[in-house]
Design a protein around this ligand. Structure first.
Ligand code: OOG
Ligand code: NI
Length: 465
């Protein structure tokens, strides 16, 4: 990068804003949801000065109102590999591998997101990116037809490809090129009212799985939702109907707690939208397609593998007792069981830390900054002595069970299907043309670096692991 280049984070921030404006325009209910989230976030901050000051101190206050993620579904390895290069221009890299086939959804996925703390602070825009697994389609002829259609479509404009290559060659983009890049790449995420296929083929694809129809039938991978971050998801969920939005039955993820863990998400149901199908005689025939929705999320602490295993076990236990129905008929019972089951998960930051369940960022307190370097003292003593403090590290990734719940709420209970498949991360990474970053290693690295910096400042050394 040279001084005339725009930083990757700036390109990402521009892109995220442009995407939000486009989606607001395309799906007005998303705009309503944004307004509701902004109102609730303001109320929460006004009512909880403690939360506000911790967010300010950790430089996380600013990002909350701009924060969002989106999701797309791609059809081929070539599309995925090119998408990786496009996102890299915006400083977004593949983190994590999610296998959704076991949840009845024929895709596997990663999240493209900024990775460094500075980049996340500047703009944390993420895109949950799924690749269709046509190998899971049983009908051989349908599979070949779908593969043929996907191999012919071009989801990136010439301009987007040229500018991506230029950024790769020159290490960045000028202001002028960055604006062009944003406008060109945005085209890939646009909605297409006209399908690529006729109504019969659409029906066959749809019968194989609605998601297959969504990927194969259109010219591009329209953004299917955008998700602002809220500080009180239960409040937004409760207020949605007043704003004329129908929420899904239950909030996905952990129950409401004092100390939020991982990620809680809910959405409004996908809209039935008018589209037209080819009529086989050069004309068009009216129809509908249901794919796009809006979602909100509340983020909590990133859990260690031990914490995640506890989370997964408790969630499974709760769902073995009550499985939430998409029509909301057992929502109350599910919430009650979930809260009871999760009583086993410690609910104070210090207990979570001491049990090794979550990742924390350590910093010096005022007293710590004023302290003279001392002889060897262990970290716990420094914390107990008020020299070092700790804040939860925010979970920046996704949860496969929740993602499947979001997919499923848009498909309806009737559409539940099982696929005989296992995770295939290696295949996904080969298609992507890169390895995905392991999120646990990444959080552990942030925690270790923060503690190391405190100890160095206090004249201590971080004990070898
Ligand atoms: C992606 C669903 C996953 C999330 O927030 O877990 C997701 C999709 O529907 O394409 O966005
Ligand atoms: Ni989402």
């Amino acid at each position: 990068m040279t001084s005339e280049h725009v930083s990757r984070s700036d390109v990402r921030a521009r892109f995220s804003a442009a995407m939000s404006a486009m989606y607001r325009d395309e799906v007005p209910a998303y705009g309503t949801l944004m307004d509701l989230v902004a109102r609730v976030n303001e109320e929460v901050l006004a009512a909880r000065p403690d939360l506000k000051s911790r967010l300010e101190a950790t430089d996380n206050l600013e990002r909350i109102s701009q924060e969002r993620h989106g999701a797309i579904r791609l059809g081929s390895a070539e599309e995925l590999a090119m998408m990786r290069r496009v996102f890299a221009v915006m400083g977004m890299h593949p983190v994590g591998y999610y296998d959704l086939s076991t949840a009845g959804v024929p895709v596997h996925s990663t999240a493209f997101r900024p990775v460094s703390e500075a980049a996340l602070r500047r703009n944390p825009f993420r895109v949950f990116t799924s690749l269709l697994r046509l190998d899971l389609v049983a009908d051989e002829s349908l599979r070949q037809t779908a593969a043929g259609i996907l191999s012919e479509r071009r989801i990136f404009t010439e301009g987007a490809i040229e500018l991506t290559e230029k950024a790769e060659r020159e290490g960045g983009l000028s202001h002028h090129d960055a604006d062009r890049f944003v406008a060109e790449v945005l085209q890939t995420f646009r909605w297409h009212e006209r399908a690529n296929v006729d109504a019969d083929l659409y029906r066959r694809l749809h019968d194989a799985h609605r998601l297959i129809a969504d990927v194969v039938s259109f010219r591009g991978p329209h953004i299917n939702h955008l998700t602002p971050r809220t500080l009180d998801i239960d409040k937004v969920q409760a207020l949605m109907p007043q704003y004329g939005i129908a929420p899904k039955a239950v909030v996905e993820g952990p129950p409401a707690r004092n100390c939020p863990i991982l990620l809680r998400q809910t959405s409004f149901k996908a809209l039935e939208e008018r589209v037209s199908f080819r009529d086989g005689q050069g004309g068009w025939k009216a129809g509908t397609h249901t794919a796009r929705f809006g979602e909100i999320e509340q983020r909590g602490i990133a859990l260690t593998p031990k914490g995640r295993a506890l989370y997964d076990r408790l969630l499974k236990e709760a769902r073995n007792i009550v499985r939430p129905a998409t029509d909301g008929s057992n929502a109350g019972a599910y919430e009650k069981i979930l809260a009871e089951t999760f009583a086993e998960f410690p609910d104070s930051w210090n207990e979570i830390r001491e049990a090794g369940l979550g990742y924390f960022s350590y910093s010096l307190t005022e007293k710590g900054r004023a302290a003279a370097p001392s002889g060897a003292v262990d970290t716990e003593t420094l914390i107990a002595g008020g020299l070092i403090q700790f804040d939860p590290i925010v979970y920046e990734d996704f949860l496969p069970v929740s993602a499947a719940g979001i997919f499923q709420s848009n498909l309806g209970d009737g559409a539940h299907q099982e696929f005989v498949a296992g995770p295939n991360q290696r295949r996904f990474e080969d298609d992507l043309g890169a390895r995905v970053l392991n999120e646990f290693d990444h959080y552990a690295g942030i925690e270790r670096a923060s503690l190391g910096a405190c100890l160095t400042a206090l004249g201590q050394r971080l004990a070898a692991e």
